[in-house]
Design a protein around this ligand. Structure first.
Ligand code: UD1
Length: 432
């Protein structure tokens, strides 16, 4: 098992260049499956989840070659299988994105159900209902979603649950509908930046999509798409993680290649806590306060609300605040796993249903802790950077799923940490 030994590292100073977005790139790789030809995707992050998705595409017969670091050529002229391997789907929920393109392009998709996940139950019923509305016959016995539309998909009106505006279902249904006959409308569609980027990519390839960036997408099916060149957007979760790292450990850090507009809610909450955040084009400067942060409440919500993926980082900041903060998690039912670990570091957190009541304490202290998913792992690193003494974080491999060169980037701004393998193996799956 991989362990990360993190020592108190304050202050952090210097600059960090933000990589391409994990959640933005995965849908682009799936969307490229709709094109009978070559597509070039730039700013592809070098992370484990992208590797898993590329293995998935290759298992379906699609050619994927890096022309240079971060620049990927995908040639989906031939797709020779409609069966997604179970060992890849179980590693990463995002691989379910191949269902929509397989159905749209081949009229058939067999994709194992992703199953449970440590951050909560994560069904795919919205995706399946969308495929059915487009005319597919779906059977999900024996743990595999088998969808068939021998005479093609047909546009329809699809109404997603307004509480969540599911990111995954919006993308999968949009991908399936792009080559369908007729017009599809998706109501309560997600308008997360990653969905917008995927829609823009499809439009650049010839898809007819209206309402991009809103909660109603109208997709007029086209017969085929043409290949294009498109850059993945900067990773707002990585940027947010470094913003919180600076706020928690202290210091003055500049983030390069970010879209500050994608982080408005996070910037507001950090400013409320007393952190100085300056925006300058595609750069952000974070200057931590020398005082403890002020308590700040958050409620996670679909974009443009506060992102659930940064809730754990906010929880760490709140754990050091001068008063009590209330966090409300409305997206994933088990996303407070990290709080038990934070309590081992001295945090005072009580969970009641969707709420976490966080009473700030003056100082956290290093302790042995265990990460349960990619964002929990990052949050524990942030806690450790600002804690007194050394923290040993088990399951550090989770970081590699979503952060390119996380430790190297932190080292470059003054953080002190080392990774080691303790020789024990232990499997813990999180499909985030
Ligand atoms: C994506 C992101 C994840 C982020 C989440 C919310 C990727 C690869 N992952 O996950 O990092 O935290 O959006 O912003 O982009 N739901 C159902 N049935 C469905 C689909 C979803 O009940 O068919 C529920 C989920 O259990 C969850 C909520 O809807 O409670 C939102 O999930 P969704 O937006 O679909 O998240 P993902 O696309 O899985």
């Amino acid at each position: 098992m991989q362990q990360l030994l993190v020592s108190n590292s304050t202050p952090l100073t210097g600059s960090v260049t933000i990589s391409g977005s994990k959640n933005g790139t995965l849908p682009l790789l799936a969307a490229a499956m709709l094109i009978e030809g070559e597509t070039i995707i730039e700013n592809v992050p070098d992370i484990h989840d992208v590797d898993t998705m590329l293995q998935m595409l290759q298992a379906l017969g699609i050619e994927c070659i890096f022309l240079q670091p971060g620049v990927l050529k995908i040639d989906a002229t031939d797709i020779n299988s409609c069966q997604a391997p179970y060992h890849l789907v179980r590693q990463m929920r995002g691989s379910f994105y191949v269902a929509g393109p397989l159905l749209g392009r081949l009229g058939e998709a067999q994709v194992p159900l992703p199953g449970g996940c440590v951050i909560g139950s994560r069904p795919v019923d919205f995706h399946v209902a969308g495929f059915e509305a487009l005319g597919a016959r779906v059977d999900d016995t024996y743990g595999i979603m088998r969808a068939q539309a021998p005479s093609g998909l047909h546009g329809n009106r699809i109404y997603l649950d307004p509480r969540w505006r599911s990111v995954g279902a919006t993308i999968n249904v949009m991908l399936a509908a792009t080559l369908a006959k007729g017009t599809t409308t998706i109501e309560n569609a997600s308008c997360e930046p990653e969905v917008v980027a995927c829609s823009q990519f499809l439009k650049q390839c010839g898809a007819q999509i209206e309402g991009v960036g809103s909660n109603i997408l109208t997709i007029r099916g086209v017969e085929k798409l043409e290949g294009t060149r498109f850059a993945s957007i900067p990773d707002r979760m990585e940027a947010g993680t470094f913003m919180y790292a600076t706020a928690i450990a202290g210091g003055d850090v500049r983030l390069k290649r970010v879209y500050p507009d994608h982080l408005v809610m996070v910037i507001d909450r950090l400013r409320e806590a007393g952190v100085r955040v300056e925006t300058d084009g595609d750069q952000l400067r974070i200057i931590a306060s020398s005082d403890r942060p002020r308590p700040v409440d958050i409620t996670t919500a679909p974009y443009p609300g506060f992102p659930t993926d940064l809730q754990p980082a906010h929880g760490v900041l709140a754990a050091r605040a001068t008063g009590t903060s209330v966090l409300e998690e409305t997206i994933f039912d088990a996303r407070y796993n990290y709080t038990d670990e934070l309590a081992r570091m001295g945090a005072d957190i009580r969970i009641t249903g969707q709420l976490a009541i966080v009473k700030g304490v003056p100082q956290l202290t290093g302790a042995p802790v265990e990460a349960t998913d990619v964002r929990a792992a990052a949050a524990l690193v942030l806690a450790a950077l600002g804690a007194e003494g050394q923290t040993v974080i088990d399951n550090a491999h989770f970081l590699d799923r979503g952060y390119q060169n996380f430790e190297a980037k932190l080292h470059a701004i003054g953080a002190s940490m080392v990774r080691q393998d303790d020789g024990n193996s232990k499997e813990l799956l999180c499909l985030a």
